[in-house]
Design a protein around this ligand. Sequence first.
Ligand SMILES: C[S@@+](CC[C@H](N)C(=O)[O-])C[C@H]1O[C@@H](n2cnc3c(N)ncnc32)[C@H](O)[C@@H]1O
Length: 494
Amino acid sequence: MGMSAVDGLTELSEQQLTHLREQVATLGYGPALLAETESLAPGQPDAVALPLVRWELLERGDAASRLALLFSYGGEVDAAVLAMDLGTELVAALKAAGLLAERRGGSLWCPFRLVPLDGLLLLGDEPSAGPEAVMGPGPTTLELAAQLPRVCSGPALDIGTGAGTLALLLAARGAAPVIGTDVNPRATAMASFNARLNGLAAEFRTGDLDAPVAGARFTWVVSQPAYVLRPEGTAEVTFLHGGQRGDELAFRLLSRLPALLAESGTALVLLDTPVEHGLPLSARIRASVGEAAVDVAVLVAPALSAGAQALGYAALEAPELGDRYAAAVRRYRRQQVALGVSEWSHALVVLRTDAQTPAGGRYTVQLPVRSLSQGGPEALVTLLASLHIASLPDDALVEVAVQLHPRATLMEERAGLHAEPFRRVSFPGGAFASEQALTEAALALLEALEATPEVTSAVSQYAKLCDAEPSEVRRTVLDFVREGLGRGLLVPRG
Ligand SMILES: C[S@@+](CC[C@H](N)C(=O)[O-])C[C@H]1O[C@@H](n2cnc3c(N)ncnc32)[C@H](O)[C@@H]1O
C-alpha cells in the first residue's frame, strides 16, 4: 500500500480543525466505542479481524460507528451520509486536504487513521502502510501514557514521537514547552498537524534521537523507541525496527538520557529487550548511563513469546497473510534463533534525578511485574517514593513509618490437600509490586509493622514476638523493610 501525501493537511484552517474535533466528539466516536470494537476479535491480525469488525459497525449503523469504520478500520462510507454527519463543507475540505479520498460508487475512505484518545484526536498511518508509516496511538503507547501524571509542568521532550501522541498528552496536561523529535520527517509533519488539530502548543523537530534539541534539558523525557529486531532481507520500518537485535536504538537512547534531564527530572522509556540470563536488565541500564547522577528503576513484565512476535511482525509486513507472510514469519524466527534469544522483557525504565542525587544514583533496581498495565501514575509515584526510602541509610530508615501496600491481598495457598498452607501476597491492580510467597518470619514482621508502623518501634515489637533483644533483630527488620519497599510489598505510611 502506498503512503498518502501529508502536504495537503496544512490547508485545513483552525476553524475546520476545531469543527472536525467537535463533530467527532458530538457524534460519539471515542475511546469507549473503540474499546468495544477491539474486543470483537482480540489479538487477531487485521486481515482476520477486519471483516467482522467492519460488518458489526455497518450493522450498528449509527454516526459514531460510521466514523469508527472510516477513521479506525479503513472502511468506506457513503459520501452523502458522511456529509450529513460532518457537514458538506467539512467533508469537501477534508477531501481537498487528502484526509478523505473517493472510491468508485460515490463512497469515501480515509487513507490515514484518526484515533480519539483522552480528549485528543490523533492522525497516524495504517501500521502496514510502508517503511515510513507514522505510528499513531497503539496499545504500547497507552501503556506509557498511563504512567504520565494527570497534571504535568516544566519542559518536556518526546523522543521518537511518531504521531506526537505522548508529546501532545504532556502538553494537554500542562507541560511547557513541549518538543517532540523523530528521524522520520513524515512523523514530525503529522505530529505538527496533530498539535494544530488539538489546539495544543508543541514543536516537532526532525533528526536522530536528541540531536534536534542539543544542549536543552527537560523535566520530562518520554520515549517509546523502535525496539523490534530486523532480520536480514527485511526492509527497515522506521517505527518498528531498532536494529538487528532490536534494542540497539533503545540503548543508544538510554545512554543519552542523563544529559537531557533537568536538575529535577524524570525519564520514562518503554522497550522490549532480549533477556540476558545472569545479567539483570537494571544492571545493563546502569552500565549504559554510567556514573550519572540518576536513580534507575526498571519494571519488567514478560514480553510476547518468540512465536507471537514473529507472527505479529510478519502480519505487519504482509497483512494479506499469504506467501509473503509465511516467508516473513520464517525470517523473523531465523533471526531470533541466530541471535540465540528465546525470551524478551517488556520493560518500563524510569530514570530520576534531583539536586541531591549522588553520582551513580541512590538505587538501581528491577521489579518483576505481571504487566505494565497493572499500575498507573499513582502506582508509579508510590513505588518511586518507596524506592527512595529504601535507599536511605539504616539510621534514617529506622526513623520512617511503613505499612503493607493498601492494594495487597493476602491469600492462603497449599501445594496439596495434605500440605501445610502458606500465604501469598498478590496485587489485583493499581500497584507496581511483585507477587510473592510470605514466610512465617515475613508474616510476623508484617504483624509487628501493623501494630507499630514506625520501624524503630517495630524492631522492639518484633523482638518481643521473637523473645529476643531489639539489637539482635534490628538487622532483620531493616533488611525486611528495605526489601519490602523495593518489591512494592511495603509503602511509606502517611
Ligand atoms: C514505536 S514508535 C513510537 C511512536 C510514539 N512515540 C508512540 O509511542 O506512539 C518509534 C518512533 O521512533 C522513531 N525513530 C526511529 N528511529 C529513530 C531515531 N534514530 N531518532 C528518532 N526517532 C526515531 C520512529 O520514526 C517512530 O516514530
